[in-house]
Design a protein around this ligand. Structure first.
Ligand SMILES: [Zn+2]
Length: 65
């Protein structure tokens, strides 16, 4: 009788805290994913590279210039 129709605002901490932790981890992972997939374009030849790349793999130009 208690579980059915129980208001969302009265969930026990044993459920809310792990759920909140899971959401924070998911958000952190998605942010890191975006950072890793951001592309850098070579200013000389236009080749795309991962965000952490420092030099063009095609022509060797410094991508941070
Ligand atoms: Zn290049």
């Amino acid at each position: 009788m208690l579980a059915l129709g129980h208001p969302i605002g009265h969930w026990p901490a044993a459920i809310v805290i792990p759920l909140a932790f899971f959401l924070l981890v998911a958000i952190a992972k998605s942010k890191r994913h975006v950072a890793q997939t951001t592309l850098k374009l070579c200013k000389s030849c236009g080749t795309s590279h991962p965000n952490f790349a420092r030099f063009c793999r095609n022509c060797g130009r410094n991508l941070d210039e």
